[in-house]
Every structure is written in C-alpha cells, then in structure tokens.
Ligand binder design. Structure first.
Ligand SMILES: [Zn+2]
Ligand SMILES: [Zn+2]
Length: 341
C-alpha cells in the first residue's frame, strides 16, 4: 500500500510503498476512511533528529494522527468491535497500566510520547493498526470521513471545556481565543454543554465567520478587544502567544479560569500587582483522554458538534499539506485513500 512517511529527519515526507500491517496481540487493523491533517505534522517534518529521538520516535514512520475508518481485522486476544464497524482512533498514546491511566487521566500518561502518526505508523495509508483500547466505535449516523478531526482537535477541545464547564452558568461569559480546528470545536462544545455567552476571537475574517456560524454569540477581531467585554469567567487560549496570554489573563474575572491550550511559545509573567487574575485557576494540558473522544463522538451523534471537512486524495497529500500551511481554510483537511493508494 502507499503511505506518506517521514523517512529522514529534516527532509520532506514521501509517498512510498510499504506492506499492509498485520494486527499483533491486542491490536485492531483498521481500513482508513479519512485522516485529518494537523499543523503539528508540519512541525514534525522540520523537527531536528535529536528531538525526535529523545521522544522515542523511530524513522521511518507514516504520518497522520487523526484517523477514522472501519475495522478490517482483529488481532489475537481482541473480541471487538466486529469487522466492518465504523471507528475512530484515540489520537494520544497511553500505556493503560500506569497510575494516571488507571485513574482515567490517560492524557497525563508519561509513556505516551510516541504514538500513531508521531514516531509510529499513522493513518496516511490504506491501513493502520491500533491498540484495542484506543478504538472507539462511531455511533450510527456519524460519517467516518467527517469524524476524523474529532480524534484530536475535537477531543482536545472537549478536554478544555469539560474542565471549565462547572464554572459556567447562565449569565457567564466564556472566551475562545483562536478559532482554528480546536477552537471551532471549543465554541460548539461550550454551546452544547453550558449556558454561557460564547465569545470567539480570531484575526482571520474567514474564521470569525465560521465561529459565528457555529454559534458564537459574539466575534472579535483581536485580543485587544477583550478589554471591552467587562470580564469573563473562562478564557480558553488556543493560540498561546505572549499577546494572547496577557490579554486573556487580563480578561479573566476573579475566581475565573484561564486554560492555555495553544503552544504559541508565550510565557506567563507574575508582577507584584495586576499580572494574574485574583483567585483564578490557570491550567494547561497536552492532548486529551480516551473519555474525551467517547464524549465528543456522542455530541457529534446528537448533532451538537459538527466538523466541516475538505477532502483530498492520498495521492495529492503533498498539495494538501501546502494548502494547510497557506491557511485561510473553512474546514479541516482530511485525506482519503484513493485508488492505487
Ligand atoms: Zn494534531
Ligand atoms: Zn499510562
């Protein structure tokens, strides 16, 4: 089968031929329906070798960590879901055995630095294998092609909103800074799970239009405009630069919460007065947990969350990444295996 692989550090990934994988003990073989493209893939293609090796990544590997498809075969010791079932694959890797995993906090598993599409073979191919614990059945009526972005962007947004939802009641304000893939899901999950007024901020007019279409009550062109809101109970910063962190923190009311989701390289400052909201919670995390994907799939089945996707064939994957890098997209790019791939 054809697979889009990172072959050598610092070089562009390539479409190459590889054997169809066999599911090992405890694994499921999945025929890929679609794989979402993520900005982090572009970073991986530029990553210095010593960084990848420190994470335990092995070259070559197939990219693609937002995978949806159908069960093709079950490895030894696995009793479901049955072949043909539509599934999505949990994007973050976790061991299933450590203290964090046993408590259901698998997003904090210390053994998850290498996973499907980042250090191991991912979904930009016709077939991929996955540990059975990371296979989540799709509820009837959810299209696997549109569901692929739920696995990372959707589940990450759910992880953030789940944490702050208890703080949001009628009359509360929740702000989402940056309405790309993750932010667009955050707007929808806030709408579905809380009665808060949802304010979305994005410098891109196309993304502001998308946010309004997804149910944001108010859209703002930049974080400078947050000062006019009169405070927010929750700010989720999906950008994470110095400018968004400073403006986001300044907008949080006392006893509110600020979630740093984006990895824009910004830092916190703690001056003697005025730098951080009083008695507020500031939290951060990486990825999502298995429970987040189950929850976001249920929201999608209920029609509360939808993802706009733009389909590209696997044979055109290089052009698809170029489109992702250019930006200005209305939906998430998903890559679909095509004939011969
Ligand atoms: Zn991703
Ligand atoms: Zn673990």
């Amino acid at each position: 089968m054809t697979a889009y692989r990172l072959v050598r550090w610092g070089e562009p990934p390539q479409l190459t031929e590889v054997p169809v994988p066999e599911p090992g003990p405890g694994e499921v073989l999945v025929e890929v329906a679609a794989t979402g493209l993520c900005h982090s893939d572009l970073d991986m293609a530029r990553m210095p070798g010593e960084v990848g090796e420190a994470l335990g990544w092995r070259l070559p590997f197939t990219l693609g960590h937002e995978v949806a498809g159908h069960v093709a075969a079950l490895g030894p010791g696995v009793d479901g879901p049955p072949p043909g079932a539509a599934v999505v694959l949990v994007s973050p890797a976790s061991c299933g055995a450590c203290d964090a995993c046993r408590r259901g906090r698998d997003s904090a598993c210390p053994h998850g630095t290498a996973g499907r599409g980042y250090g191991r073979d991912g979904g930009l191919a016709r077939y991929v294998t996955a540990p059975a614990r990371s296979v989540v059945p799709l509820v009837d009526g959810v299209d696997p092609v549109a569901a692929a972005p739920l696995t990372d962007a959707g589940a990450t947004a759910h992880h953030a909103v789940d944490r702050v939802a208890p703080r949001l009641e009628a009359g509360s304000t929740a702000v989402v800074v940056g309405v790309g893939g993750v932010g667009a899901f955050a707007v929808q999950i806030l709408r579905a799970r809380t009665p808060a007024r949802v304010v979305a901020v994005d410098v891109d007019p196309v993304r502001r239009e998308v946010a309004a279409g997804l149910g944001a009550d108010e859209v703002l062109p930049d974080v400078g405009a947050l000062a006019g809101l009169g405070g927010a109970e929750v700010v989720l910063d999906v950008v994470g630069t110095d400018a968004t962190i400073a403006a986001g923190l300044a907008a949080v009311r006392p006893w509110g919460a600020f979630g740093l989701v984006g990895a824009g390289g910004g830092t916190f400052r703690r001056p003697w007065f005025g730098g951080l909201p009083r008695d507020a919670e500031i939290f951060t995390f990486q990825g999502s947990s298995i429970a987040d994907l189950h929850a976001v799939v249920a929201l999608a089945a209920a029609g509360a969350v939808r993802s706009e996707v733009e389909e590209w064939p696997l044979s055109q994957v290089t052009a698809a990444y170029a489109a992702l890098a250019r930006g200005g997209l209305r939906g998430r790019i998903v890559v679909v295996p095509d004939d011969g791939a």
